[in-house]
Design a protein around this ligand. Structure first.
Ligand code: DHB
Length: 311
């Protein structure tokens, strides 16, 4: 296993679940916590109150990709905060969802007031499946959100990060990095990337979309590895150039140890697994770790920081 740290949180292994996958209830969360090679645990993006989400069918999986429009089905912040049966020996992240900045602030205030959660917070700024899409799709909207959260919540002590959507152009990476750099709210990490919004696929037996909410449109996961890698590398390059100490977690399209290695090459300090975990279950963490370890030993590397891309 290869250790890492994100903000001030330590992981014995750098691979863990992506928010939204295997993390809605305590049975799933406990399973992840008990899975040795799953290095940390992150919850489903939560709302202030339990939320039923969109109608089924709202997930579609194949071996290579997934489309989902879950609609923030979750148990509400209190469940993830106070009802944690899973052993506390791993870093736990709460993914903060919500439909508005006010709801995000109410959730954050609950976490801060409770003192139950020494772990991390991943602020989900990029849910593509709600009427009110996440603020990170646009730099000015993200800037206003972070300012509002800072005004309402003040300094947040937990290791704090943002889950970002995929971006495609250099000016977007620069504009978002500027917002993060200048925000009064201290951002310790970013997670790149959330699913690619508004994908659709069809069931040709019935001539209908494969999922039912939102006209069949949902977030694409799975075969998006090069998009995830490009987002990680773009932000890592900008942060390094500016001397910013912001960790980047890679997410999107990991199906093998090779894919994991590529995220480390792109500059990620940890790697999340979504679609592949959904399809394969928690045993994927051991497989990915072993495949990754073989590549590391073949190359003579002993630690993640030995992996450096040759530009
Ligand atoms: C949902 C999907 C996402 O991609 C996300 O970041 C948060 C929530 C959802 O539909 O529940």
């Amino acid at each position: 296993m290869y250790s890492t740290s994100i903000g001030n949180l330590y992981f014995e292994n750098f691979i863990f679940n992506a928010s939204g996958v295997w993390c809605t209830n305590n049975r799933q969360l406990s399973q992840l916590a008990e899975t040795k090679h799953c290095g940390a645990v992150i919850t489903k993006s939560c709302t202030l109150l339990p939320h039923i989400g969109n109608a089924y069918p709202k997930y579609h999986f194949t071996d290579s990709y997934s489309i989902n429009s879950n609609g923030l089905e979750n148990q509400g912040i209190d469940y993830y905060l106070y009802n944690q049966p899973y052993p506390p020996h791993k870093s736990i992240f709460i993914s903060v969802g919500g439909h508005s900045n006010d709801e995000r602030c109410d959730i954050l205030k609950k976490i801060m007031a409770s003192k139950e959660h020494p772990g991390g917070i991943e602020l989900n700024m990029s849910c593509p499946n709600l009427g009110d899409i996440g603020p990170a799709y646009d730099p000015q909207t993200l800037e206003r959100s972070l300012e509002y959260i800072y005004q309402q919540c003040g300094e947040i002590k937990n290791t704090l990060g943002l889950k970002l959507p995929p971006y495609y152009f250099q000016e977007q990476f620069l504009a978002i990095a500027d917002v993060i750099d200048k925000a009064k709210l201290r951002i310790d990490f970013i997670t790149c990337v959330n699913s690619v919004p508004n994908a659709i696929d069809f069931d040709i037996d019935n001539d209908i979309p494969v999922i039912s909410p939102n006209g069949g449109y949902g977030g694409l996961g799975g075969n998006i590895l090069p998009i995830g890698l490009a987002n990680v590398k773009s932000f890592v390059d900008i942060f390094r150039k500016r001397g910013l100490n912001i960790d980047v977690i890679g997410c999107g399209g990991v199906q093998s140890g090779e894919d994991v290695y590529k995220y480390i090459l792109a500059g990620a300090k940890a790697v999340q697994v979504g679609t592949h975990l959904w399809v394969g279950g928690p045993s994927v963490f051991e497989e990915l770790t072993k495949e990754f370890a073989l590549i590391m030993s073949r190359k003579g590397h002993t630690a993640l920081h030995n992996v450096v891309v040759k530009n």
